[in-house]
Design a protein around this ligand. Structure first.
Ligand SMILES: Nc1ncnc2c1ncn2[C@@H]1O[C@H](COP(=O)(O)OP(=O)(O)O)[C@@H](O)[C@H]1O
Ligand SMILES: [Mg+2]
Length: 229
């Protein structure tokens, strides 16, 4: 599903920063993987490459058989719309749109017929336990509920790859755990490949595999203690 080969990413600027210093990594379809590492170790950069949001300075980023480093901007944009979905620490919901409209957005952009959108939105809101909140605005929801909306929006396109950057970072322990359990259930029931960047040891422990980054390199790769539950 995912294959990184000798991936280097530097950011130009006053002084050049090497965010990724040669990453080799394979993730099989259907895996649920945690990525941990100190702040600045390259976690978000890695996720952005996997999601086709950015391209490496050198090396290959093969996702679903396509080398994203060699795709055109148009090719990567198509990839982002159909093959991958993202959730973020800060939810990134549209504040003026109701829950159902936020969740519907990716389908609107894809030109899906209205009847189908209504059906899919109801289905994913049920899946994340928010069927009673469809007509609320994001402001009217708790942090945990907002992250559920973001997860519903990520599920609505049935993308095979879900990338999560610090998804529990703004939540208390109990709410964070609910979100992790939800991701775990999605992984189990849908077979979605999930990559979670996190500081949270609970997050790593619900995953089958833990990859540790340090200074833009893979420092460890294996089974987390208490993982795969
Ligand atoms: N757009 C950017 N421009 C310049 N430097 C960046 C940019 N994004 C990230 N960096 C630098 O790259 C390194 C890795 O960043 P990042 O991937 O965000 O780390 P993490 O998510 O692990 O905290 C850091 O030194 C950071 O300052
Ligand atoms: Mg980060």
């Amino acid at each position: 599903m995912l294959k990184l080969h000798d991936v280097i990413k530097t950011y130009a600027g006053k002084s050049e920063v090497t965010a990724l210093a040669g990453i080799n990594l394979t993730v099989t379809a259907g895996e649920m993987v945690a990525i941990m590492g100190p702040s600045g170790s390259g976690k978000s950069t890695l996720l952005n490459l996997l999601g086709g949001l950015d391209v490496p300075t050198s090396g290959q980023v093969v996702v679903g058989g396509k080398d994203l480093a060699r795709e055109s901007e148009k090719g990567r944009s198509l990839f982002r719309r159909s093959k991958v979905s993202y959730i973020f620490q800060a939810y990134h919901l549209m504040p003026t749109l109701k829950v159902s409209q936020n969740v519907a957005l990716p389908l609107h952009l894809a030109g899906v017929p209205a009847v189908e959108i209504t059906r899919k939105v109801a289905q994913v809101l049920k899946e994340v336990g928010l069927e009673g909140r469809a007509n609320h605005l994001p402001d009217e929801l708790s942090g945990g509920e907002r992250q559920r909306v973001a997860i519903a929006r990520a599920l609505v396109t049935d993308a095979p790859l879900l990338l999560a950057d610090e998804p529990t970072g703004n939540l208390d322990t109990a709410r964070g755990e609910e979100i992790l359990n939800l991701l775990r259930a999605i992984h189990r029931e849908r077979g979605t490949t999930i990559v979670i960047v996190t500081h949270d040891h609970n997050a790593a422990s619900v995953c089958e595999r833990l990859i540790k980054l340090r200074d833009g390199r893979v420092e460890g790769d294996g089974s987390p203690v208490g993982g795969g539950r």
